[in-house]
Design a protein around this ligand. Structure first.
Ligand code: AMP
Length: 286
């Protein structure tokens, strides 16, 4: 497994694979890898002859006062995990190397980035779409793999590749969870024992709303239940609870079309997100 921080080296390697007709898969990450990341690696390995994993804590997707400096960095351990998975190459550019002095270009996706996480992290998606575009340009993968855990991010990236005619297909893998349902996240390690236990409320609340939606409960009641469930947990501070259209991410009037329930919740300084697709069909008054 090649491990490099050199753009030219990874570009040349990926190019050589493409030239010899091998399908190249890309899994972009910020490292501190867990089973959620590895599930995407396995998908890439199953679909592509070659898999590149990138590890880069992208500064431009962190806002002022967010946890950039504290974000976990475990490169050696990450590489050992990826080697064991049979990954072909890891691109881990050093801090500072992806944004040159005078960097002035950004990729902006409108509309889809306005709500949910975009509302409380206004520059976040600009950072994500810019770094992902740069990684696509360097590696030029046939297919790139993202997790449903970051539902809005996956929707934004899919939109970006469509709108900008990027020749890469986007695959989204399901959320990998801990035994109590908490979505795996590199940030879970920051939770105290008590917070970690309390954080199970995200998954429970989403499951309850899914059951309510299946029963035909009206949208407003589903939303109210979601909010109330989080607010009932004293250690949880709600950033947002929303039910939005699964494609447009716009607020929905009823549950007649596929929708997604999405949450962002703080436990102390640690902000966790989670989501669940709600079954379409029954509108509550049918
Ligand atoms: P990150 O390192 O947090 O930027 O995540 C890198 C990729 O892994 C993103 O596409 C995430 O959506 C995905 N990912 C993170 N956590 C999970 C999870 N629990 N299950 C599935 N995919 C995940």
């Amino acid at each position: 497994m090649l491990i490099t921080g050199d753009k030219d080296e990874i570009r040349a390697l990926a190019q050589s694979w493409r030239t010899s007709g091998e399908r190249v898969g890309l899994v972009p990450t910020m490292g501190a890898l867990h089973e959620g990341h590895l599930s995407l690696v396995r998908r890439s390995k199953a679909a592509c002859a070659r898999t590149v994993v990138t590890i880069f804590v992208n500064p431009t997707q962190f806002g002022p006062g967010e946890d950039l400096s504290k974000y976990p960095r475990t490169l050696e351990n990450d590489c050992a995990m990826l080697e064991a998975e049979g990954v072909d190459a890891v691109f881990a550019p050093p801090d500072g190397s992806m944004y040159l002095q005078g960097h002035a270009s950004w990729v902006l996706v409108e509309r889809l980035t306005a709500g949910l996480c975009g509302a409380s992290r206004p520059t976040h998606f600009r950072g994500v779409t810019t770094i992902v575009s740069k990684l696509f340009n360097i590696i030029q993968p046939h297919e790139a793999f993202f997790g449903q855990k970051d539902y809005q991010q996956a929707a934004v990236i899919r939109r970006m590749t469509l709108d900008l005619d990027m020749p890469v297909s986007i695959t989204v893998g399901p959320i990998v969870r801990e035994a109590d349902g908490l979505a795996m996240s590199s940030r879970n390690r920051f939770l105290s024992g008590e917070q970690r236990q309390a954080a199970g409320i995200l998954y429970r609340a989403l499951c309850e709303v899914c059951t309510l939606a299946e029963k035909g409960t009206p949208l407003e009641d589903c939303l109210e239940h979601l909010r109330a469930a989080i607010l009932s947990q004293p250690l949880a501070e709600l950033d947002y609870a929303a039910i939005v259209d699964a494609d447009s991410l716009e607020p929905v009037k009823d549950l007649s079309r596929p929708a997604v329930a999405a949450l962002a919740v703080r436990f102390g300084p640690t902000r966790l997100i989670d989501n669940m697709l709600l079954p379409p069909g029954r509108t509550g008054d049918s």
